[in-house]
Design a protein around this ligand. Sequence first.
Ligand code: PPS
Ligand code: MG
Ligand code: MG
Ligand code: MG
Length: 341
Amino acid sequence: MSYANERRIAELAIQRACILAERVYNSQVKGTITKDDKSPVTIADFGAQALIISSITHAFPEDPIVGEEDSNDLRADKSKRDLVWGLVKDTLDATKDLTGELGDIKDDEEMLAVIDKGTHQGGSVGRIWALDPIDGTRGIPTGRAYAVCLGLMVDGKVQVGALGARTYLSILRSRREEGILLSAVRGGGCHHETIVHPICSRDPISMSSTTDFSKARFCEGVETAHSSHREQASIAKSLGITAPSIRMDSQAKYASISRGVGEIYLRLPVSMSYEEKIWDHAAGSLIVEEAGGVVTDIYGNELGFGQGRTLKTNKGVVAALRALHPTVLKPVQKELKVFKL
Ligand SMILES: Nc1ncnc2c1ncn2[C@@H]1O[C@H](COP(=O)(O)OS(=O)(=O)O)[C@@H](OP(=O)(O)O)[C@H]1O
Ligand SMILES: [Mg+2]
Ligand SMILES: [Mg+2]
Ligand SMILES: [Mg+2]
């Protein structure tokens, strides 16, 4: 199956949401709230989730969606809700030519209902979308990177992925780029576009072919609460990597290695009780695989997207060029004292 229509809708939906996200990124008003689990959410997260879910349900009304956010905080705070609706309305007005393909939202009540269509519990049967409206949320108030990420799983396997990322790092950026949009269909390779609307260019991308660890670079997250910098540094050292790590928020790390900026992405767990969320990996992992990489957990097992809202049986992430992956996994397992289950 080509999934051409799913890919196109995903790309357009990501573009529309990135327009909204950029408005927040460049504004003084981020409307940050701390969620019950102590993690941050901004008005961009709510607005992007509303726009993307509305796009999916317009094009594929039967498809369920696993989305990160819900509307509870907005229902409890009228000023935040007004801010988000203002943003969503302005973005819809600015992208009227997309309404035919992506649909519209008529008022704030409908917006809240649309956000809450992301509560599906996931699973291994049929088509299910996994949505991270803003990944790397901390990147928005801090002026770092963020990504807008969408994947389509079919019977528990990701088949389509699209990811829009702010490429604030000059190393990630090519000529005149403000942002990048990557998309992939399983078995169909991976494409890169510059985020301009409408889509005007499409270039295939692939990972770096460097297999010499002394020339390799690895990507890791910024937050020490999300992955173990100490263990990642130790693994890099035992592999003979000498370059400093490339640190950035969000699935921009997957985007980075899939475009040849870095060969390895390490996300080693800080706590063995944390379950990674499917929306934090669905799009990025497929894009890396289609660009020539392998993505597993620290046990060397593939990521299991069909088990609900989290990757229940996996711990951490090790992503690398196909030829490097087995060699990278060895010191990971030695350092963490784990063996393939
Ligand atoms: N303890 C723990 N361990 C691992 N991952 C966690 C943890 N807590 C949160 N999260 C998720 O991390 C997502 C952001 O990942 P990043 O790669 O951007 O983190 S980093 O800041 O760059 O380190 C972030 O996604 P967003 O909430 O979409 O930003 C969270 O889903
Ligand atoms: Mg979050
Ligand atoms: Mg996320
Ligand atoms: Mg998020």
